[in-house]
Design a protein around this ligand. Structure first.
Ligand SMILES: Cc1cc2ncn([C@H]3O[C@H](COP(=O)(O)O)[C@@H](O)[C@H]3O)c2cc1C
Ligand SMILES: O=C(O)c1cccnc1
Length: 356
């Protein structure tokens, strides 16, 4: 498969944007992290007056064979039921997207249930659910490529239809187990360090979930050796998540198009880790929309070197936390683009600033 060509951002834009920020009518760095966001947006958009309009979230959906291990607090049927809920506009992500100015696309790369045709549903089923990662590869390498390509194609559609800010979301009962296995593999961590409660499993189920993740990792290592150094596409195929692979595809195509990209919670950020392993320059286009309550999410963000925009304790997925950050990112761009300089506004700078 052809991986996208992603250009690294030009550090000259970062410098020029910081220089402009320091001329705007505010004490230097008074807008703190918002300024840093604006600077990164300027570099990505190659403009000191970056404009961000409509956003989009591609909610990547698939079932997980590992759900049969009893690793979720909910039954696997909920995946397909929630996809129908997304299409009817009844899910959390729909309401948040309305409030935050984002279009919701649903990408089916592996939901077991048959889904009705719908304008906002991108039907690209690779297989009806992944294999049980504890016992077998989640998918073949060819299927992982197909899921990645489906994510890339969905991102391109969202961009063609006007998105200037792009996020991925996830739906797939059992996917915090797959995300934990992938995160442990990519970062070289133990199962217990990255496994969390997901939808809210009790103590006994949690211990079982850690064992399932550990056994999946051992199984994958038997065929791939050191997972932290193995081919990322092979790791993705072994430990899965068809929708995690699709989320990686959204980030790959979005970075190729030069658009700011926003990560959501634990499963989507596993996809971001995969995308960055496949193509390191993708990292420069990523913003962490929020930090989820899932404990492994902080480890993922640290590995990516991303500070979250929001910390609301969300633990849902669907792209909710990503989309919620869109207004903050738009504001960061507007501040840099639209604020007056001290000179333009005739506002006096401090004596210290005048002395330079
Ligand atoms: C009604 C409902 C709506 C959701 N929306 C996202 N998730 C989230 O929970 C699932 C992951 O957690 P676990 O690994 O514990 O199964 C994913 O589907 C994720 O998107 C939901 C879960 C439920 C039950
Ligand atoms: O971090 C997330 O996005 C998350 C947490 C729990 C369940 N599903 C998703």
């Amino acid at each position: 498969m052809r991986l996208p060509e992603v250009s690294p951002v030009d550090p000259g834009w970062l410098e020029a944007a910081w220089a402009r920020h320091d001329q705007l009518t505010k004490p230097p760095r008074a807008l703190a992290y918002l300024e840093e966001l604006g600077v990164r947006l300027a570099a990505i958009r190659r403009s000191l007056r970056p404009e961000l309009g409509a956003g989009a979230v591609v909610v990547c959906a698939a079932d997980h064979g590992v759900a049969a291990e009893g690793v979720s607090a909910y039954p696997a049927e909920v995946t397909g039921q929630m996809v129908l809920n997304f299409l009817r506009g009844g899910a959390a992500v729909n309401q948040i997207a309305q409030a935050a100015g984002a279009e919701v696309y649903v990408l089916d790369v592996g939901v077991r249930a048959e889904l009705p045709a719908h304008e906002r549903l991108i039907a690209a089923k690779v297989r009806p659910g992944s294999g049980n990662l504890r016992l077998e590869p989640a998918m073949t390498r060819a299927q992982a490529e197909q899921a990645l390509e489906a994510g890339m194609e969905a991102a391109r559609r969202a961009l063609r239809e006007g998105a200037t800010l792009l996020a991925a979301g996830d739906m797939g009962i059992g996917n915090t187990t797959a995300a934990a296995a992938l995160t442990a593999a990519f970062l070289g961590l133990e199962a217990a360090a990255v496994t969390g409660p997901g939808t809210g499993v009790d103590e006994a189920r949690y211990r079982h979930k850690v064992r399932v993740v550990g056994e999946g990792l051992e199984r994958a290592a038997r065929s791939l050796g050191d997972l932290a150094r193995a081919d990322p596409l092979a790791v993705l195929a072994e430990l899965g998540g068809l929708e995690v692979a699709a989320a990686a595809g959204v980030f790959l195509a979005g970075a190729e198009a030069g658009v700011p990209l926003v990560t959501d919670g634990f499963p989507v950020t596993a996809g971001a880790l995969a995308a960055v392993r496949l193509c390191p320059a993708v990292r420069e286009y990523l913003f962490a929309g929020h930090r989820s309550a899932e404990p492994g999410h902080a480890l993922q963000l640290r590995a990516l070197g991303l500070r979250p925009v929001l910390e609301l304790g969300l633990r849902l997925g669907e792209g909710t936390g990503a989309v919620l950050s869109f207004p903050v990112l738009r504001a960061a761009a507007r501040v840099l683009a639209g604020m007056a300089t001290f000179e333009e506004a005739g506002v006096g700078q401090t004596a210290a600033a005048e002395r330079g």
